[in-house]
Design a protein around this ligand. Structure first.
Ligand code: ATP
Length: 610
């Protein structure tokens, strides 16, 4: 099974919506039980207020006409009280709902979204544009999602309130219940309109992401140098504006369509409302029913418009939240599928005894046509040091990413001591690997921590951190930092900035924190360093590779452009456009006189001449 073979369905099912509603209710109640009960209570009370006003007014009018002053006064006082209660309930309901949504949206949902993104195994998801598009929408979504749910709850009460109103109208004339159809029209029409808005949001997500990327590029210190030298600032601004225009035009068109649907719905409702009033007036004029009935009908019918508006408003809010909920549920499906995607649970061996074998391994990045790796077959014996060489884009980094289980092969398999790598527990395998990547992280925290993060249980282990710094040949510059290991990094946070080479040595130190890895990866670990540093680091890391091999049978994989640095490797893999062109020791490859010998010769000559 491959990580990129499965594709979650584009649309969520009713069952998933119901599941989300259940979860949101549970989390609301857990986080704020008082507020949750208060929202439900205010909504339930608002159900009876319309009926209360209409019935008390009818009693007051009929009492007055009969000459029964007591009944008339009681009815009038009752109506006034219910009016007051309605105003208070509306205000209270709105505020309580707002507080509840804020509380849940700020505290629970963002944490769960971040957890889903960060804890998913592998890298594939953060490199997929469909995943990133959804994350882009969902990151701003927690408030909208929780509010959408509570709007839906309020909308249900709103619809019930409409039911009560229609029931009252039905007591005057059954014909008036037909108003229900007209009342439902704006809801249905609005829903059609919102579909356009939802689609426009997804369609423009990529443009929005690109726009943000351009903004980041234009405002980053690293890119600022090149932008100024190239004079490309104005072009960046032009492209940024063009993307905005493009996205805004699509959204505006969708909003216009949504508005047209809305207007049609309201026109239909107004026609029904006018017809209903005509029925009541005609009925009373022809001597059926009391004047109190007319007042009741007019009271209810006039509040009906407000009730429909509120129900439509809440429904619109909850339907509009669909544009946030859909990507959120898609991400949840994606995460759930990846979690159950054949991830094995085998414990990683304590030490490697046989080694790692690639058997006809092929891998293609999602959304690309070309195989980054194709038909790769070779065996790396336990305890060996293997170098991976090849030209730019030949697949070296992809190979080490597969070894780290960031992706899984599309074809063939990788086995570790005879067992498919996919059958091991992912977290267990990661715990037994160490790696320094060419695009290393720059963590803006205290220096000791940025190294200690390489082995979380030893985050504060000064002795181990000092040793890792020594292994990375970084002691020299760390001693010069204002507070040594305790120096805060990152100028934006009031700390110091490191040079590119110093950041790279820091990443290397982080990668040497673990003492018992089974796999140790060095992907261009010295790309930002000068030649003497490079030489020292390679010598030291080679010695460390031998120690690890002794300790755990570990395999060390070194990716390097500089052939001279890897001549001491036991095995050299020569990659060319994703295929294994040659394999052997340095001497064997030289003796064969192939591409390796040719490239080695070119580099050796260039180095001797420089
Ligand atoms: N995240 C990605 N998405 C799509 N294609 C990718 C991705 N990463 C790499 N590729 C493509 O896969 C191929 C192999 O890339 P890879 O980074 O493994 O090569 P490399 O030999 O490590 O290159 P370099 O020496 O420049 O680091 C290249 O054609 C590259 O464009």
């Amino acid at each position: 099974m491959t990580l990129n073979a499965k594709q979650p369905e584009d649309r969520a099912t009713a069952r998933e919506y119901a599941g989300l509603a259940r979860d949101l209710f549970a989390v609301s109640y857990r986080r704020a039980p008082g507020l949750t009960v208060a929202v439900l209570l205010t909504q339930a009370l608002s159900l009876v207020t319309v009926a209360g006003i209409a019935l008390t007014l009818r009693a007051a009018i009929n009492g007055a006409i009969r000459g029964d002053t007591g009944a008339a006064v009681a009815g009038a006082v009752g109506a006034a009280l219910v009016y007051a209660a309605t105003a208070v309930l509306n205000d209270l309901g709105f505020n309580v709902r707002g507080r509840l949504v804020d509380k849940v949206a700020v505290l629970d949902l963002p944490a769960s979204i971040t957890r889903d993104i960060a804890l998913l195994e592998g890298l594939e998801h953060v490199e997929r544009s469909d995943f990133l598009d959804r994350v882009n929408i969902v990151l701003t979504a927690p408030w909208g999602i929780v509010n959408g749910f509570w709007s839906a709850v309020t909308a249900v009460f709103g619809v019930l309130q409409l039911g009560v109103s229609l029931l009252l109208l039905g007591t005057v004339s059954p014909w008036l219940t037909l108003l229900l159809l007209f009342a439902a029209a704006p809801l249905w029409f609005d829903r059609q309109g919102q579909r356009h808005a939802t689609r426009a949001e997804t369609e423009t997500a990529e443009a929005t992401r690109l726009q943000r990327h351009l903004f980041d590029t234009a405002s980053e210190a690293a890119a600022a140098k090149e932008i100024r030298v190239a004079g490309s600032g104005a072009e960046l601004v032009r492209r940024h504006a063009a993307l905005w225009e493009e996205a805004a035009a699509v959204r505006f068109r969708a909003q216009l369509r949504a508005a047209a649907w809305q207007v049609s719905g309201w026109t239909l409702f107004t026609a029904g409302f006018v017809a209903a009033l005509a029925v009541v007036i005609h009925r009373t004029a022809s001597g059926h029913g009391s004047p109190g009935d007319v007042v009741l009908a007019i009271t209810v019918a006039s509040t009906l418009r407000g009730s429909v508006e509120a129900a439509v408003g809440r429904t619109t809010e909850s339907v509009a939240a669909q544009r946030l909920v859909e990507p959120y549920l898609w991400l949840q499906r994606f995460v759930a599928e990846r979690r159950t995607d054949g991830s094995g649970g085998l414990a990683t061996p304590a030490r490697l005894t046989e080694g790692i074998a690639f058997e006809k391994v092929g891998y293609r990045y999602p959304g690309t046509d070309r195989f980054a790796l194709e038909e790769l077959s070779f065996t790396i014996p336990a305890g060996s040091v293997v170098a991976v060489v090849g030209e730019y884009g030949s697949g070296k980094t992809t190979l080490v990413k597969l070894l780290n289980r960031f992706y899984r092969p599309d074809s063939g398999r990788i086995s570790v001591d005879g067992v498919d790598l996919a059958d091991y527990d992912g977290a267990g395998w990661h715990a037994r690997t160490s790696a320094a990547f060419q695009d290393f992280g720059r963590y803006h925290t205290v220096f000791s921590e940025t190294v200690g993060l390489g082995d979380l249980p030893h985050l504060d282990d000064r002795e181990r951190i000092t040793e890792a710094v020594r292994e990375a040949e970084a002691t020299g510059f760390v001693d010069l930092l204002p507070q040594g290991l305790d120096t805060r990094l990152g100028r934006a946070l009031g700390g110091v900035d490191l040079s590119e080479g110093q950041w790279q040595k820091t990443a290397l130190a982080r990668a040497t924190m673990r003492r018992e890895p089974l796999l140790f990866v060095l992907d261009e670990p010295t790309a930002s360093l000068d030649a003497p540093s490079e030489q020292e680091i390679f010598q030291r890391q080679m010695a460390r590779a031998r120690e690890l091999a002794e300790r755990t049978g570990a395999i060390t994989v070194i990716v390097s452009h500089r052939f001279s640095t890897v001549t001491g490797a036991d095995l050299i893999l020569v990659l060319d456009r994703g295929r294994l062109e040659d394999i052997g020791s340095h001497q064997e490859l030289l003796a064969r006189g192939g591409r390796y010998a040719e490239l080695y010769g070119i580099q050796a000559t260039a180095y001797a001449e420089s």
